[in-house]
Design a protein around this ligand. Structure first.
Ligand code: GAP
Length: 433
C-alpha cells in the first residue's frame, strides 16, 4: 500500500489535500493523472449502465436537498455510529472498534460512555442561522433519484423495470476514516436505482450482483482478488431487505467496493408519506397501481480507483533494474500514447516527434516528452500505465517509421508513421488489454 501511495504522489495521481498547510487528515486531491483515471472509471461505468442499456436513464441531482428528505429516508434517526471520546487526549473512537476496552487505546485516558453520533454533515442554508436553516450534505446520492421518481415518470414515461443512474459527491462525518482514499469524509458514489415489480426483485438482485461483479473483472481486476459477500441480517442498513457486497482484497484486507441491495418499497413509501405525493407506478397494461421495489447497485468511485491502482501495480525485474509498471486496462489508462524522441538534441527528430504527437492528439490522448533520456522516459510512462510509447530515432528520418513499444510485454514494432493512427486505433479497439 505504501508503494502505491508513494507512486500516486510521485507521479501526480493523488495528493494530500491542503498539503502546504500540513494537509487535512484523510482528505485527498486528484492530480493530473488521477483526475483522468477517475474520469475514465466514471466513463466506463456510465457507458456500461447508461449507454449500453435501454432501461437506464442518467441524472444529476443537487447535493443540497430539502431537509425533510433526510427525515423521510430515515437518515436523521438511523444513520448513526456509536462513539466514545477520550477525556484526556480528546481522540474519538467508534465504540465497536474498542471491543470492550475501557481505556483510550492511544493514551490510556478515561473514555466517555458510548454516544450516538450522526454521520451526516450539517451546514446552514442562506442567511438563516437558527435550527430552521439546518441542511445536510447528502450522505448518499440515492435520495436525489427517489425524489425525482415522479418527474421521470411524467417526462420520460419509462416502463418497469427501469433504472436511474447518477454519479456524484457524498459526505459522511466518518469516525474512523483511513486507508488512503478507501474511507474518507468526502467521496464520490456511482449509484443505480433500479425499479422493478416486487415479485421480480429477488431475481433482479441476483442479476445485478453478477453484472456489477463482472464489470470489475472486465476492467482487469484479478478474479482471485474479487469476491461476493452476502450480508447477514445484522449487517443490513435500515432500508435494506438483502444486500451483497463486491469486495476487493486490498493490502489491508478484504473490503467493500460496492453494495448491491434490495431496498424494497421503503424509500418511495417514506417519501410518499412525508411529501403527501402519490409516488406509485401505474401499469397501464395490467391496470395496476403499486409501489415498485428498488434494487440498488451502489459503488464508490474513489474505492474503485484505488482497487484499479492496487491491482495494476507491478514490480518486474528487467535485467538488473526494477521496473514499476501500472498494468491498467487501456480504457482506464490516463494517457494512451506517449511520443518520445530518442535524441533530444537533434532538432529534426524533436520536430518529427512533436508532429506525430500533434497528429495523434485529436483522436487519442497523447503526450509528448523530451525531458530525459529514453530509459527514464519509458520508466515514467510505465509508472503511469501508458499502454504505448512511440520512439522517433535517426532512422525515422530516413524510412518514415517509428518504434511502437507495448507497455506490458515491452515488445517493439516498427510502424510507418502515416499508419500510426490506424495501427493504434485498432489496438485500442481490440477491447481487452
Ligand atoms: N445508497 C447506498 C449507500 O450509500 P453504502 O454501502 O453506505 O450504501 C455505497 O455506500 C458505496 O459508497 C460503498 O460501497 C463505498 O464504495 C462508497 N462509500 C461509502 N462510504 C464511503 C467513505 N466513507 N469513503 C469512501 N467511499 C465510501
Amino acid at each position: 500500500m505504501d508503494k502505491v501511495v508513494s507512486l500516486c504522489k510521485r507521479r501526480g495521481f493523488i495528493f494530500q489535500s491542503s498539503d502546504i498547510y500540513g494537509g487535512l487528515a484523510n482528505t485527498w486531491d486528484y492530480g493530473p493523472y488521477g483526475v483522468e483515471l477517475k474520469n475514465n472509471v466514471k466513463r466506463a461505468w456510465w457507458k456500461s449502465v447508461v449507454y449500453e442499456r435501454f432501461d437506464i436513464l442518467g441524472m444529476d441531482a443537487a447535493i443540497l436537498m430539502n431537509p425533510k428528505v433526510w427525515e423521510a429516508s430515515g437518515h436523521v434517526n438511523n444513520f448513526f455510529d456509536l462513539k466514545s471520546d477520550c477525556k484526556f487526549c480528546k481522540k474519538r473512537f467508534k465504540t465497536e472498534d474498542l471491543k470492550d476496552k475501557k481505556k483510550c487505546p492511544e493514551c490510556g485516558g478515561e473514555l466517555t460512555e458510548p454516544k450516538s453520533f450522526n454521520l451526516m454533515f450539517e451546514t446552514n442554508y442562506g442567511s438563516v442561522t437558527d435550527k430552521s436553516g439546518i441542511m445536510y450534505l447528502r450522505p448518499e446520492t440515492a435520495q436525489g433519484m427517489f425524489v425525482n421518481f415522479s418527474n421521470i415518470l411524467d417526462s420520460r414515461h419509462p416502463r418497469l423495470p427501469f433504472g436511474l443512474a447518477q454519479i456524484g459527491k457524498a459526505f459522511r462525518n466518518e469516525i474512523t476514516p483511513g486507508n488512503f482514499t478507501f474511507r474518507t469524509r468526502e467521496f464520490e458514489q456511482m449509484e443505480i436505482e433500479y425499479f422493478v415489480r416486487p415479485e421480480e426483485a429477488d431475481k433482479k438482485l441476483e442479476e445485478w450482483i453478477q453484472a456489477r461483479f463482472d464489470w470489475y473483472l472486465n476492467l482487469g481486476i484479478n478474479k482471485d482478488n474479487l469476491r461476493k459477500h452476502p450480508h447477514g441480517s445484522n449487517e443490513l442498513a435500515h432500508y435494506a431487505k438483502a444486500c451483497t457486497d463486491v469486495e476487493y482484497n486490498f493490502p489491508f484486507g478484504w473490503s467493500e467496493l460496492e453494495g448491491i441491495a434490495n431496498r424494497t418499497d421503503f424509500d418511495l413509501k417514506q417519501h410518499a408519506k412525508f411529501s403527501g405525493k402519490d409516488l406509485q407506478y401505474f401499469d397501464d397494461v395490467k391496470k395496476e397501481r403499486f409501489y415498485p421495489y428498488i434494487i440498488e447497485p451502489s459503488g464508490g468511485v474513489d474505492r474503485a480507483v484505488l482497487a484499479f491502482l492496487v491491482n495494476a501495480y507491478h514490480e518486474e525485474k528487467v535485467k538488473d533494474d526494477l521496473r514499476v509498471v501500472l498494468k491498467l486496462h487501456k480504457d482506464l489508462a490516463p494517457v494512451k500514447v506517449a511520443v518520445l524522441p530518442l535524441l533530444r538534441n537533434r532538432p529534426e527528430i524533436v520536430e518529427l516527434a512533436r508532429k506525430i504527437a500533434q497528429g495523434l492528439k485529436k483522436d487519442i490522448i497523447t503526450v509528448y516528452d523530451d525531458t530525459g533520456a529514453i530509459g527514464k522516459l519509458y520508466r515514467r510512462q510505465d509508472e503511469v500505465g501508458t499502454p504505448f510509447c512511440i520512439t522517433v530515432d535517426v532512422q525515422s528520418l530516413e524510412d518514415n517509421q517509428a518504434t511502437v513499444r507495448e507497455r506490458d510485454t515491452m515488445q517493439q514494432e516498427r510502424i510507418n508513421i502515416d499508419k500510426l493512427k490506424e495501427y493504434l486505433k485498432n489496438k485500442f479497439n481490440e477491447g481487452d488489454r
